[in-house]
Design a protein around this ligand. Structure first.
Ligand SMILES: [Zn+2]
Length: 340
């Protein structure tokens, strides 16, 4: 029985273990597909510290093999998505019965055991049943779409406004598609031509290279007004100054997901332009909304480069993803197909 446990940074070992249901509200699930995420790589490399030891793996789907007697809406044999985040149960909001407003959301692989293992046992409320029309690869992108949706909600935009998306890796691409779905106009910036091509294939009109012409291109695209907000995709590892330069005074920058590269934001830019800056790193409570978006075809993931592996060496793959040179690894979806 596979169970990939991170004991310390760069120390990931496969320790056989078996898990069993211990309460009537739990389900046992065979993990069938796992998406290797940049967050897993940050944990592996020690750029994000976990409460060791922890099973790694943030994005996964599986098939229910056992159901406790007090589980509702879940049946044996059903395909489910594992919630990658949970309310902490400790903070003031959680203790006053408002877990949806939890101020200390916990994350799979960091705060509780993740899903790079054969079987997982969890509360039935920690898995979401998947409709037939949402395939496994789409389901593995639920959190990425949820983060984009969370950012859209927090920016409080209206139709026709223009938002710079700095970074066009799959996370940036999905961000742009979600904005477009809400009739907000994304302006995507990257220095990777293949990423920009994929963005265009998804129907995004404005996709610019981060070169000397960028400011002029943005001025032309916005009628000289610059953008109404900017989303900085940290996994892109582009300079944050690209985001501050592309928005007008008094606007907002959102920093999305953690990064291994310490990217600094110039305080003068924030002061001079009176900018608002905040971060969004999870999509707690967005799963149902995203599944509904997929059912309506809101996001196209067909354009992403994918590798689906039935044999894999997680240590080698995570090392590759951690290395600064490996842009290619971060721009494709690496999926473990974990068969019975
Ligand atoms: Zn809490």
């Amino acid at each position: 029985m596979d169970n990939w446990i991170l004991r310390a940074p760069n120390n990931l070992i496969n320790e056989a273990s078996s898990v069993n249901i211990s309460s009537p509200t739990q389900v046992k699930v065979k993990v069938s597909h796992l998406l290797l995420t940049n967050f897993d790589a940050l944990l592996f490399g020690g750029n994000v510290k976990a409460s060791y030891p922890k099973t790694i793996g943030r994005a996964a789907v599986g098939i229910v093999t056992e159901v406790g007697e007090n589980c509702y809406g879940i049946t044996k044999g059903e395909r489910v998505y594992f919630e990658p985040t949970r309310a902490c149960g400790q903070c003031l909001k959680c203790k006053s019965g408002k877990p949806k407003e939890c101020t200390s959301i916990t994350i799979a692989g960091r705060d509780f055991d993740g899903f790079m293992r054969d079987f997982a046992v969890c509360e039935y409320s920690d898995v979401a049943p998947l409709p037939d029309s949402v395939d496994d690869l789409h389901a593995l992108c639920i959190e990425t779409v949820g983060i984009a949706e969370n950012i859209y909600d927090k920016l409080n935009l209206s139709a026709g406004q223009k938002v710079a998306v700095v970074g066009a890796d799959p996370a940036g691409n999905i961000m742009a598609q979600v904005l477009q779905y809400h009739k907000v106009i994304p302006i995507v910036i990257d220095n990777n031509e293949a990423n920009l091509e994929r963005v265009k294939k998804c129907g995004i009109y404005y996709a610019f290279t981060a070169d000397d012409d960028l400011k002029t291109n943005i001025m032309n695209a916005t009628g000289g007004h610059l953008c109404d907000a900017a989303v900085y995709i940290a996994s892109s590892r582009l300079p944050i100054s690209l985001a501050t330069r592309m928005i007008s005074a008094g606007k907002t920058i959102v920093l999305s997901s953690p990064s291994s590269t310490p990217s600094s934001l110039d305080a003068r830019d924030i002061l001079d332009k009176n900018l608002t800056v905040f971060g969004v790193s999870h999509a707690y409570d967005y799963t149902d909304a995203v599944i509904n978006m997929f059912v309506h075809g809101a996001v196209n993931i067909d354009v992403f480069e994918k590798e689906i592996l039935t044999e894999y060496d997680p240590v080698a793959l995570l090392k590759e993803r951690c290395s600064n040179s490996s842009v290619a690894a971060r721009n494709k979806m690496t999926v473990f197909k974990m068969i019975f």
